[in-house]
Design a protein around this ligand. Structure first.
Ligand code: SER
Length: 313
């Protein structure tokens, strides 16, 4: 059987997708690619390499007889603002390398876009699937470019590339990365370690969010759907819940009444303000049966319990 390559294997999504794929397809069927990190908690075949280095990537694809690529490696919104040149190189250059090799080796590809593809001119509430894409962040510019590249490779070369516009994903296995929605993960570390958290977004900033288990299930479901069900080859709107920092803090307080959240918005507020508050994902629900399971209450409990258990180890 052909193998599965996961780039960015130890990131927020990779660290939860890899075990799910290993469980489904067998441990030796999944190859983990990472440019700098290894994690001793992970079992599996690990390769070191940077997605901007096409010859290294080609070597890994050939060596392991790769059939499917989950291309997750990339910089998030805040990291991309710190280093826009590197963001372009990794987020766009890395994707282009993956797409070119996927044409050559006939791979199927998953690549995540984001709510960051939207911008201040996009309708902010129940943002439609097909709408204005004029992002004002480098990360958003990378995502729109990537979406169009994916669709182009599908139309031009028949490449089976599929994509989701991830909302803020909240997981516990990996440390939270350099993103804007990531406050919703950091807050749990603050709550569990010190019973307090200083939030870098204002209390009423509503953003689309999702618990990681839903994201993993949706990602695998999209990749397993018959090709004729996939009507969107840029990237699907993909949603679960929307909430503000204040609503999340209230929910955490139900678990630990001593928890205190204060609000000190910084430069990241501007990024959040350019994104939608909620997403219309009816196309994904109609085309390939997307359904989320976790609401704010379920997500909060799962994150609190899992992060607490992880910190005890
Ligand atoms: N979590 C991402 C970020 O905030 C959104 O795609 O950068």
């Amino acid at each position: 059987m052909k193998k599965i390559l996961v780039t960015g294997a130890f990131g927020l999504v990779g660290s939860e997708l890899v075990p799910a794929l290993q469980k489904k397809y067998g441990q030796d069927s999944v190859i983990l690619l990472s440019h700098n990190k290894t994690d001793n908690n992970f079992k599996g075949i690990i390769e070191k390499g940077d997605v901007s280095d096409i010859s290294n990537l080609e070597g890994v694809i050939k060596k392991h007889n790769i059939g499917t690529i989950y291309h997750l490696a990339g910089l998030l919104s805040v990291g991309s603002e710190k280093n826009p040149q590197l963001a372009w190189q990794v987020n766009v250059g890395g994707l282009k390398n993956v797409l070119d090799l996927a044409v050559k080796y006939k791979n199927k590809v998953f690549w995540p876009s984001s709510i960051a593809a939207f911008g201040p001119t996009t309708p902010r509430h129940h943002t439609p699937q097909h709408t204005v894409l004029e992002p004002t962040t480098m990360y958003g510019v990378n995502k729109v470019t990537g979406e169009l590249l994916c669709q182009y490779y599908f139309l031009k070369y028949g490449l089976d590339v599929r994509s989701l516009r991830y909302p803020g994903l909240n997981g516990w296995r990996a440390e939270p990365g350099d993103g804007t929605t990531e406050y919703a993960i950091h807050i749990f570390y603050g709550a569990i370690k010190e019973k307090k958290y200083s939030c870098f977004l204002s209390e009423n900033t509503v953003l689309p969010m999702m618990y990681i288990d839903d994201a993993i299930e949706g990602t695998i479901k999209l990749m397993e759907a018959p090709a004729d069900k996939i009507s969107v080859r840029t990237s699907y709107n993909f949603a679960a819940v929307s909430f503000s920092p204040k609503e999340l803090a209230e929910e955490i307080k139900k678990i630990d009444p001593e928890f205190v959240c204060i609000y000190a918005p910084d430069h990241r507020q501007k990024i959040a303000d350019s994104w939608p508050t909620s997403i219309d994902d009816s196309q994904a629900r109609k085309d390939w049966g997307w359904q989320h399971k976790f609401d704010l209450v379920g997500m909060t409990k799962a994150l609190y319990d899992n992060i607490k258990r992880k910190l005890r180890k």
